[in-house]
Design a protein around this ligand. Sequence first.
Ligand SMILES: [Zn+2]
Length: 361
Amino acid sequence: MIDRDRLVATFVELAKIDSPSGEEEEVARHLVAALEELGLSVARDAYGNVIGTNGEGEGEFVLLSAHMDTVEPGRGIEPIVEGDRIRTNGTTILGGDCKAGVAAILEAIQSIKEDDVPHLPYQVAFTREEEIGVVGARNLDFSMIDAEWAVVFDGEGPPSQITSSSPTYIGFDFEITGRAAHAGVEPEKGLSAIRMAAELITRLPQGRLDDETTFNIGTIEGGTVRNAVAENAKVSGEFRSRNLEALDAIEVQLEDALRQVRELYPEARIDAHIHTEFETYTLTEDDPATVHVMGVLRGLGLEPTLRPSGGGTDGNVFRGHGISSVVVGMADHGMHTVREYVTIPDLVDAAHLCEELLRRE
Ligand SMILES: [Zn+2]
């Protein structure tokens, strides 16, 4: 049986282990031990993702997934349990994203094991570096994954909240090289990389472009000192959309801007690197994982709601590898802020959902 107190204790223990993106080793080792204790055979792939397998039982292999890393400020987290909520002391995030998902999965497996419930064969993937562009999932060794469908516990809100669609995410980096010169003595000999960066940026869109499309310049750096014409500048940004035509239009605009600025400054060097981080999806009514998850939710008396997301998850990557994946809520609210909190009744529901998904009828 799902044990509320044990589930909360598991979550609190996990939240206290620092695991900002790139520093997941301690929590990974903790999770390997926990899964082994639960009787799974556990392996790490070359990238350090944790993959547990319980191949017993008959039926289709299902994959349960959550990520191990958190955003900052995420060090020295002190979770506070207060009534039906778990919150922070206001100086850090809670890390409910995604440790609420991890805790729900562990509790479901524990419950199934204790009650000796007949279950589907299943795998668990706890990934690294989700928060910095689903890097762990993109490096996941899919030859180790047998599952045909997956449930990713990485959404906001209650587990009945299903992420119905997610955009394609494209990142870009410009590296601009001009020519340095003394700003006061011979500025005419210089070629300002910062000026060129500005010319580029003003030819690009910014913010929300339509219902499904956003564009952002995230960082700009360049120059060395106040009194020198800047030789180098770097600009990074990203754009996302669920509409592939909108993405194409932005790429055309990007290329146009680059061409124009290169024509304005033929002596400069402007390198551009445009890279797709993950691809869009939209759930359909007949999608196998969607049908399954919605049926199980209704069986638990939870009415599924479908909501589009502007972000991506490991689910985008799994789908790209032909694994039908559904992203569900994991009881977390106020993600990526110091106001983040987990609602315990929803967390219990997430564990119930996970348990029912594994149960063999
Ligand atoms: Zn997350």
